[in-house]
Design a protein around this ligand. Structure first.
Ligand code: ZN
Length: 456
């Protein structure tokens, strides 16, 4: 049918071109195209099924707790009971996508797939909710696998592709889970925790800040500014274990944390979006939206920060994003001695510390940074002297450049793991609970050592 339509379109274009030339008037487009459309006598009415008039619309897929939920609506034009025949049978097609690579492949990968190569996993009747929405639950899925779905009714092109990755809920925490964990800790250690709503996301989710400890002197941890990277899973482990094992230390120093700074988009990943997401729901890169040198345009990864379609878009004005404002307000309120923002990929961040590229010749600031970085690395006990060097990389409008120039506190993006096998595993979005636990433990050791160092 696709081919017929494209032949019809070409032909109609030729006719229109000729019409311009020979001055033919009043051809109706449907008259020109109708012989090429698939028509179907339905009741007393002939309906035209073309690519433009599909029988299904707004297909959606997500995964939660190792189940995949697929849904679709009747097309508006066929939503009346007279068209019920079109929906007597629903077919669900599915294929696995083993060569889909996180960080390399994005949405376009799925557009190239065709349901004709997929497996029919369901063929039968589904009762639509409110006479309009068909839903299907797939229980036979495996964690870590990328799937692509299509849904078809008795007639017309299937709706799809609908891609989803079945992610381990213990490796990718939903915001719901982060908040439940905070609540649990608050109830277990009420004397050591202060929870505060520090602002809202673009989609009006409430962003949570937590202070753990009784000391005035504190360090700050910020998670998942970039949705597909690291944060809540590492930060909540660090906080829980400090509370569990180091209450003496927490009498002298504190940790303030924003475990999930971009939960709108991180939840998309936790619920199965297969490709990397960086920006917030307004498509702004929060790590280019801070009000320090914001106006300076920078180029990274083939994108320019002034390009609203680019992955590093800085926003319409400095601190335009409510997530950025929430971070700024909380940090300014608590005045930490050092600030760590977790990055890298797929819930893992290692020992690599990046700071503002403009700080490279500022000896006094660099010394301050090493005073923080060295005990952190020492606690991790990785003994990689060539990698235990601060990297001067962060750009205009980034959180580290704001921390350096506007607050003058050591501020780092926490990035790559030192170990190359671990690096490759999370870069491909293959983080499993074992790898996650290794980095939870490393970060816990690093920050315990840092807190011990600044408490004395
Ligand atoms: Zn990042």
């Amino acid at each position: 049918m696709k081919k017929e339509v494209s032949i019809a379109k070409n032909l109609s274009k030729q006719i229109l071109d000729r019409r311009k030339f020979i001055g033919l008037a009043s051809f109706s487009m449907s008259e020109i195209l109708s012989p090429f459309y698939k028509t179907k006598l339905h009741g007393k009415k002939t309906i035209i099924l073309t690519e433009e008039y599909r029988t299904l619309r707004d297909g959606h897929v997500f995964c939660k707790n190792n189940q995949v939920f697929v849904s679709v609506f009747k097309a508006m034009r066929f939503s009346k009971p007279i068209h019920d025949d079109l929906y007597k049978e629903i077919r669900i097609y599915r294929t696995e996508c083993p060569d889909f690579t996180f960080g390399t492949d994005y949405e376009e990968y799925f557009h190239a797939l065709d349901y004709k190569q997929a497996t029919l996993i369901f063929h039968g009747s589904i009762k639509p909710a409110l006479q309009s929405k068909f839903s299907f639950t797939d229980d036979h899925v495996r964690t870590g696998v990328v799937y692509c779905y299509w849904i078809a009714s008795s007639d017309g092109e299937p709706e799809g592709p609908l891609p989803v990755k079945v992610r381990d809920p213990d490796v990718w925490w939903t915001f719901e889970k982060v908040k439940a964990k905070i609540e649990l800790l608050k109830n277990a250690y009420p004397k050591y925790i202060q929870v505060q709503q520090i602002g809202f996301t673009a989609n009006r989710k409430s962003i949570t800040g937590i202070k753990v400890g009784q000391g005035k002197k504190c360090i700050a941890l910020v998670g998942a500014v970039h949705a597909g990277e690291a944060g809540p899973e590492l930060i909540m482990f660090v906080l829980e274990n400090l509370l569990d094992k180091h209450q003496d230390l927490l009498k002298k120093v504190s940790v303030i944390a924003i475990p999930s700074a971009n939960p709108d988009m991180r939840d998309k990943l936790a619920l199965g979006n297969p490709w990397y997401i960086r920006r917030n729901a307004n498509l702004v890169d929060i790590n280019r939206n801070f009000p320090t040198d914001w106006e300076k345009t920078e180029q990274n990864y083939g994108y320019s920060t002034d390009d609203s379609q680019g992955y590093t878009y800085r926003g319409q004005y400095a601190a335009s994003e409510s997530e950025t404002v929430a971070i700024i307000d909380y940090i300014q309120q608590e005045k930490p001695a050092a600030l760590f923002s977790f990055h890298f990929l797929a819930s893992i961040a290692g020992g690599t510390l990046l700071t503002s590229k403009d700080a490279v010749n500022d000896k006094e600031y660099v010394d301050l940074c090493y005073k923080i970085a060295c005990p952190y690395w020492k606690g991790m006990n990785l003994n990689e002297p060539t990698k235990e060097e601060i990297v001067f990389y962060c750009t205009a409008g980034s959180l580290p450049t704001w921390g350096y120039k506007s607050l003058r506190i050591p501020t780092f993006d926490v990035e790559d793991p030192f170990d190359s096998a671990d690096w490759a595993q999370c870069a491909k979005d293959q983080t499993d609970p074992v790898l996650l636990h290794k980095y939870q433990q490393l970060q816990f050791q690093g920050f315990t050592s840092l807190l011990q160092s600044i408490s004395s």
